[in-house]
Ligand binder design. Structure first.
Ligand SMILES: NC(=O)c1ccc[n+]([C@@H]2O[C@H](COP(=O)([O-])OP(=O)(O)OC[C@H]3O[C@@H](n4cnc5c(N)ncnc54)[C@H](OP(=O)(O)O)[C@@H]3O)[C@@H](O)[C@H]2O)c1
Length: 277
């Protein structure tokens, strides 16, 4: 595509543009040519819609992200995360596939790097790992973790809601990861596009347990709710999660700001009403 100045304009397709990362990507790439497709525009279980053309890259943020729900319906999750990714790769453009720390077992006590072998413990993690393979050869596999932002379903928004309703919340204190702000991940995607195809770990600096994260959320929001630290076993969710899943890169992937900085940006966006839902 050629712009009015004659310079070649880059065009990006974003899938899952109604999700928290999809929205952040659509904003980040808005100055380029961006075709932001929600599920209503392209259900990735179907082949690409006619007339999409050949973008410079597809930023594939559409996914089945209900981790516990995938235990009940692993085939439904695979249809989106594996079959859907194959359909997106079928467009023939290079693609960024967003993957997850849940591809790892979680038994390490130091960060997982790209050469560590995956061993997912949940149906969701298995579908995301198979999705990495379905992305094909011309793909950047960007593994990130514990995503949050001002819109959609995420831990920050859940805690803010619970904080308004309760004096105390019980939060898991034996899972450690790097909560990552979707705005930072979207910005880093630009740098990833300059790297060779391959797997990259891109997560926020710093790490925390969910209980640490909850306390920080209440502190930033000025909410007095107490956090009662509990175990994963006490919470009793259907899907197993890694006890430790901090991601770092040994391959020169972009580094992100600290999660606390991402939390401040999210809170600022919520306060200024940038979050519309
Ligand atoms: N959330 C995390 O903590 C986390 C951590 C690591 C990696 N990731 C990965 O990062 C990516 C983005 O996650 P997110 O947190 O932004 O998830 P999200 O907010 O749940 O967004 C996912 C989007 O995909 C859409 N979608 C679901 N099935 C679809 C289909 N068949 N066709 C088209 N769109 C479909 C959803 O639409 P509906 O709302 O209509 O279902 C939603 O808008 C995913 O690949 C996820 O696996 C997420």
């Amino acid at each position: 595509m050629v712009s009015p100045t004659g310079a070649e304009r880059r065009v990006y397709v974003v899938t899952g543009a109604g999700g928290q990362l999809g929205r952040a990507l659509a904003e980040e790439f808005a100055a380029d040519g961006v075709v932001a497709l929600t599920r209503a525009d392209w259900d990735v279980e179907q082949p690409p819609p006619a007339g999409l053309g050949q973008p410079n890259a597809v930023l594939h943020a559409a996914a089945w992200t209900n981790v516990d729900g995938a235990e009940d319906d692993p085939q439904g999750a695979a249809a989106v995360n594996v079959g859907g990714t194959a359909n997106v790769a079928g467009l023939g453009a290079p693609l960024v596939y967003y993957s997850t720390d849940y591809v790892f077992e979680g038994g390490k006590s130091e960060p997982y790097v790209e050469s560590d072998g995956p061993n997912p413990q949940s149906a969701y993690g298995r579908t995301k790992l198979h999705g990495e393979a379905a992305a094909g050869e011309r793909a950047w596999i960007v593994r990130s973790s514990w995503l949050f932002g001002p819109t959609g379903t995420n831990f920050v928004r859940t805690m803010l809601r619970l904080g308004e309703e309760r004096d105390e919340v019980a939060v898991v204190d034996d899972q450690r990861g790097s909560p990552t702000y979707v705005g930072h991940l979207a910005a880093a995607t630009r740098q990833v596009l300059r790297l060779p195809y391959g797997v990259y770990h891109v997560a926020a600096e710093g790490d925390a347990t969910w209980a640490d994260f909850a306390e920080a959320i209440f502190e930033e929001a000025g909410i007095g709710t107490r956090v009662r630290r509990i175990t994963t076993a006490e919470l009793g969710r259907p899907a197993a999660r890694p006890a430790y899943s901090v991601l770092r890169s040994e391959k020169g992937a972009p580094t992100l700001p600290h999660w606390r900085e991402g939390l401040r940006e999210t809170m600022a966006a919520i306060r200024t009403g940038a979050a519309r839902e």
